[in-house]
Design a protein around this ligand. Sequence first.
Ligand code: SF4
Ligand code: SF4
Length: 373
Amino acid sequence: MIYKSFKDIKLSRLGMGNMRLPSLGEDKWNSPIDYAESARMIDEAMKGGVNYYDTAYVYQNGDSERCVGEAMKRYPRDSFYLATKFNYRANPDYKAVFAEQLERLQTDHIDFYLLHCMTERNIDNYLNCGCIEFFEQMKKEGKITYFGFSSHAQPDTLRRFADAHKWDFAQIQMNYLDWEFSTTEEEYNILTERNIPVIVMESVRGGRLSSLTPELDARLQEKQPGWSVSSWAFRWLMTHDNVLVMLSGMSTMDQVKDNLRTFDKDNALTPELSSFLIDIAHEFKKGFTVPCTACRYCTPHCPMKLDIPSLLKVYNDYKYDRRWENNLKDMEADKLPSNCIGCGSCMEQCPQNIEIPTYMAKLSKLHETGKEE
Ligand code: SF4
Ligand code: SF4
């Protein structure tokens, strides 16, 4: 495992994201977490030298924090760092949330504490509700070691938030696709200019960069035999000096093992390989239309209980290779996109600002007529 210094500690460059832990039932999003398999994955990560474990109050309906607490209590508390987050929208009572998190995680302190998913819609809530002062007080009392935030905001909002407090670190969505086609480079520069180290989320864009298209995957593999497609994304991130930890939301033991191989030594891409990857990204983007990261912030707010990220994935599959019907064929009637009533509740939650009802309508039309428009 490779490490990077942060203040007076060393962090593993790979961080284990615990928002997609394996579940017991068929419905992987609403079934309880498989604690035993998750613990085995965490054991493998610990054995491989990972010392950064990220969760949040809202992940997997709160079960992620409980599961991480159970798994980590078997290790000496000074052998790993815990990161978790306060989400204003989920519960604005920051004192109660923090107390509950300590209990769920079975710990007396959180090493890395974040305000979760700062956006244009909640920036003033975070700045004015008193939580920053409270968490600073927790820091003074030793219950929080480092205090930061995660952002899905546009650059101007990020700039405003970054200047509003002395943050120890910040977490942003960063990967080669968003760097090339979104505002990530500007966001990274805003933090770097302020000496705020970056924790990366969505390194492989919710798994989307783990497999591009069969043709593009083959080109990557031909260029560097033995490298997984995901590992290209991490090796690209390693070329950025202000990146501290790269999170990967792992769901299977195979992913843990593949990630450990990637982080075995400093494997940053050479300039030639970076430029090769960016060419691949441009080809990929031609067919990549909906930038959904499968964070699932939207789904609890859908009155029709639609599995929005899965439906958006169907739409993207259609865009890639026109193979989409099979994905809807076995879907229960009440889960089809035609059930969308266009209420827009989902959009209020979406950090990617995706016009979800528009895509539901397109997909519904596709389903009915075989044509998008
Ligand atoms: S707009 Fe459609 S997908 Fe979004 S919350 Fe409303 S019903 Fe659900
Ligand atoms: S549509 Fe937006 S909120 Fe919903 S899963 Fe995708 S990125 Fe997340």
